[in-house]
Design a binder for this molecule. Structure first.
Ligand code: SF4
Ligand code: SF4
Length: 451
């Protein structure tokens, strides 16, 4: 804990991290608004970690809002549901944020499609056994809405010999610009707490710790107010410091423990869920509904009507930006936050389950990148900023020499979770994170090339 957090009394992780300008004031006070349907919704079959879903509808078929349209293909996979009533016009390849085109179900939405969800089944959540909850969480198509998009049900079942005692709930939202989780904590507090209780029952956790950055004290108060004397769920303010919302950092801040290298939260008896995911769990499960929409922050200097929009999954980014008053053609568009998000090449890319924000820069503004790169001056700022205690400067030198294996074996490259702190502080503008992303990709592919 550093001096500032000692004075403020708010826990934090011990090493590294940065304090980028927050840019949250534009949208943090704006209530969530519902977006109308685009005429065409594009539902990619792979919006999550794991195997893509398999379509169960055909071209020409009519689909009803909320109806399953693709089933999970295996354990680490989730189904997809129709975000609006309409007709399937195609099942084929569509641009994705990651670059290459990927299979998707395209729905032509009926002009008069209503927001009503007819496809649902009421569940008596209080009397479901833990394994039944896990099954319904999977059927709801729930994944980590904080950006990771890892299927939520998988984290509920610890591997043999392990158990979960604590649920860590991530309400940090440490990326600049993003405020969707903040609004969810304020406006959907009951649903969030319902989701926390459901996840506790499914995992067997007897304690839930909700960590919220101390720039959102109104959310801390809102949750405390609803909790009253519920001892097993606690909310704690943590220092506003990027990347506080990374699961390794938040576990350290709240529990004072570090995940061992190559390990997972479950090794410490912990499961980590984002507040947005649990609010959806609390909303959807009692009604037996599937995930068909999410809250997305639209912000940045190029946005006329910034805000937090409730967006149907599959809405093209271009449509969302048009509704938010953006002349998107002239701007740089980032999906997610500016620290870890991805610049999109095509505005046809749809909003998927893991997209928490769309950040747009005006033509003259550079949110990141586009800066002249200089040689390393050995200032060690990147080393001080790295929350994983890595040596980014040394790894960058090795990356230039294509010594990718050495980066991994001697400098713990795989511990890097691409938070961007090192690149953010580097006075030489060296694109360190990009080097590490490429190095990891090559190390993953090399054995395949050799065999
Ligand atoms: S991107 Fe990787 S190396 Fe750089 S600060 Fe983050 S964890 Fe450390
Ligand atoms: S911050 Fe940049 S210039 Fe300084 S040591 Fe690291 S890589 Fe070199």
């Amino acid at each position: 804990m550093n001096l500032l957090s000692l004075i403020k009394g708010h826990a934090t992780f011990a090493h590294g991290g940065v304090h980028p300008q927050e840019h949250k004031e534009e949208t943090a006070h704006l209530p969530i608004r519902r977006l109308p349907f685009a005429s065409k919704l594009v539902v990619p079959l792979s919006q999550h970690k794991g195997a893509p879903a398999k379509p169960i509808v055909k071209v020409g078929e009519e689909v009803v809002r909320g109806e399953p349209i693709a089933q999970a293909d295996g354990y680490v996979s989730v189904p997809m549901h129709a975000p609006a009533t309409g007709r399937v016009s195609a099942i084929g390849l569509w641009p994705t944020a990651e670059g290459p085109k990927a299979p998707a179900i395209i729905i032509d939405v009926y002009d008069a499609a209503s927001q009503q969800i007819l496809y649902e089944e009421e569940l008596d959540i209080l009397h479901l056994a833990p394994d039944e909850i896990v099954r319904y969480v999977k059927e709801a198509g729930l994944v980590g809405l904080g950006g990771a998009a890892f299927p939520s049900h998988v984290k509920m079942l610890p591997p043999t010999g392990k158990s979960i005692h604590t649920l860590v709930v991530n309400g940090c939202e440490c990326e600049p610009y993003l405020t969707c989780d903040h609004r969810v904590m304020l406006e959907h507090t009951e649903a969030l707490l319902r989701g926390v209780r459901i996840a506790m029952r499914a995992t067997g956790a007897h304690l839930a710790l909700i960590g919220v950055e101390d720039n959102k004290m109104d959310a801390v108060r809102a949750i405390r107010e609803k909790l009253k004397k519920e001892e097993s769920i606690r909310v704690r303010a943590v220092e506003a410091k990027y990347p506080q919302g990374a699961e390794k950092m938040l576990i350290e801040s709240l529990l004072g423990e570090q995940i061992p290298e190559g390990g997972l939260p479950v090794d410490l008896g912990v499961a980590v869920y984002n507040v947005g995911t649990l609010a959806q769990m609390g909303e959807l499960l009692p009604r037996g509904r599937g995930l068909i929409e999410r809250v997305v922050t639209v912000s940045g200097a190029g946005v006329e009507r910034p805000g937090n929009y409730l967006v149907p999954i599959g809405t093209p980014v271009g449509f969302l930006l048009h509704e938010a008053g953006v002349d998107a053609g002239a701007n740089r568009v980032i999906l997610g936050g500016p620290m870890m998000g991805m610049t999109v090449a095509s505005l046809d890319v749809p909003i998927t389950k893991g997209v928490s924000g769309v950040v747009v820069s005006a033509p003259e503004e550079s949110i990141r990148g586009d800066r002249k790169v200089f040689p390393c001056i050995k200032c060690s700022r990147c080393v001080e900023a790295c929350p994983m205690r890595l040596n980014p400067s040394m790894m960058a030198q090795l990356a230039k020499m294509r010594e990718y294996q050495r980066m991994e074996s001697e400098f713990h490259l795989n511990q890097c979770f691409e938070c961007g702190c090192c690149a953010y502080v580097c006075p030489a503008n060296i694109p360190l994170t990009q080097y590490f992303r490429i190095a990891k990709a090559i190390n993953r592919e090399r054995p395949a090339l050799a065999s």
